[in-house]
Write a protein that binds this ligand. Structure first.
Ligand code: ATP
Ligand code: MG
Length: 333
């Protein structure tokens, strides 16, 4: 039976890329009545420094973002990672299955550690093993993510295969990455070669789910573009990453294909296209922003939702960890 798992880090600044690449996709799985488990991965967030008070707030805000985007905490399981010990327990086993060489090839590690790898946390290096544990501790079969997580999902498969081989069991499933939609890789509004990220120091690079209408319109107006009008076919976007990004964002928000967007808007100058995009973004995002701020007025209720979700998640994950520890030969498992 299919089971969906995915996570988002409570590292602040939940943005349009997270919405189109992840949250909006998650809702589609829930609506298909497939068992879905969604996690605020706070243990991943602290692989780079987070002020404790900020982490707490970002976790609650992310939970509000999930609900405001359409995740129903009754139909789906919604919780924070650290509240379910099974993630850390399985991650240790996977730290001993994964190889240093596999981790060293990860582009997220290289990007986030930067030039000074010696000073990066050990947790940042081991991030993909924890991510494999997040997924496999539920025997999840489908993992909807943005394009940037493809490499980590391949590594998750490698870990599952190596574990099964080493211990001669058929225990962990091979998971399927699901990278769907027109906006699987939303780019920075200021640089068409970098993805939109929570951790980008410049707020002008992204549209946050907490931005008001004026801020959204201003960021889109200031988004970097080339001087040419939009082309009349998709091939015309080939070497125009910034133009392509805005077309993809429009497509993602409108639930159209990029080809449809080009059919409707091809030939337009950005001075025409950008205001249409801003109107669309405000129309789609402002109900979410409003619902998030309403939910944030009752943090105790959010904490209750997360605690209830953790209890349900634990009910699935704890027996799988127990079985894993038995397979490994640990006494008392
Ligand atoms: P950080 O900069 O802290 O890593 P992030 O913006 O990359 O933050 P994550 O919490 O790492 O966000 O990722 C959550 C989900 O959002 C993942 O499924 C990821 O693939 C997806 N995602 C992140 N950025 C984008 C983007 N620019 N476009 C589409 N999907 C994205
Ligand atoms: Mg990320």
């Amino acid at each position: 039976t299919p089971r969906v798992f995915s996570g988002i880090q409570p590292s602040g600044n939940l943005h349009l890329g997270n919405y189109l690449g992840a949250l909006k996709r998650f809702v589609e799985w829930q609506e298909r009545d497939i068992e879905s488990i969604f996690c605020m991965v706070d243990m991943h967030a602290i692989t780079v420094w987070q002020e404790p008070a900020d982490l707490t707030k970002a976790t609650r805000e992310l939970c509000a973002g999930f609900i405001a985007s359409g995740i129903d905490p009754e139909r789906s399981i919604l919780f924070n990672q650290s509240a379910v010990p099974a993630h850390a327990q399985l991650a240790w086993i996977f730290n001993c299955v994964a190889r240093m060489g596999w981790m060293q090839r990860m582009t997220q590690w290289k990007d986030k550690a930067g030039k000074n790898q010696q000073n990066a946390s050990l947790g940042l290096f081991a991030y993909p093993a924890l991510m494999a544990a997040d997924i496999l501790v539920y025997h999840a079969t489908h993992v909807p993510v943005g394009e940037d997580q493809k490499q980590h999902l391949e590594l998750t498969r490698d870990i599952a295969i190596k574990f099964n081989n080493d211990y001669e069991v058929d225990f962990f499933p091979e998971t399927e990455p699901v990278i769907e939609g027109a906006a699987t890789r939303v780019m920075s509004l200021r640089d068409g070669s970098r993805k939109m990220s929570k951790s980008d120091p410049s707020d002008m690079t992204r549209i946050n789910l907490t931005d008001d209408a004026d801020t959204i319109a201003n960021k889109i107006r200031k988004a970097r573009t080339d001087p040419e009008p939009l082309p009349h076919d998709l091939d015309g976007l080939e070497d125009r990453p910034e133009a392509r990004n805005l077309v993809n964002i429009y497509a993602g928000l409108a639930d159209h294909s990029p080809a449809q967007v080009i059919r409707e808007h091809g030939g337009q100058q950005f001075s025409t296209f950008k205001p249409s995009l801003a109107d669309l973004a405000v129309a789609k995002l402002s109900p979410i922003t409003e619902e998030m701020s309403r939910l944030m007025r009752d943090p105790a209720e959010i904490d209750r939702i997360l605690a209830r979700g953790a209890e349900r998640a634990n009910g699935i994950a704890a027996p799988i960890v127990k079985r894993t520890y038995e397979v490994v030969g640990m006494v008392g498992a």
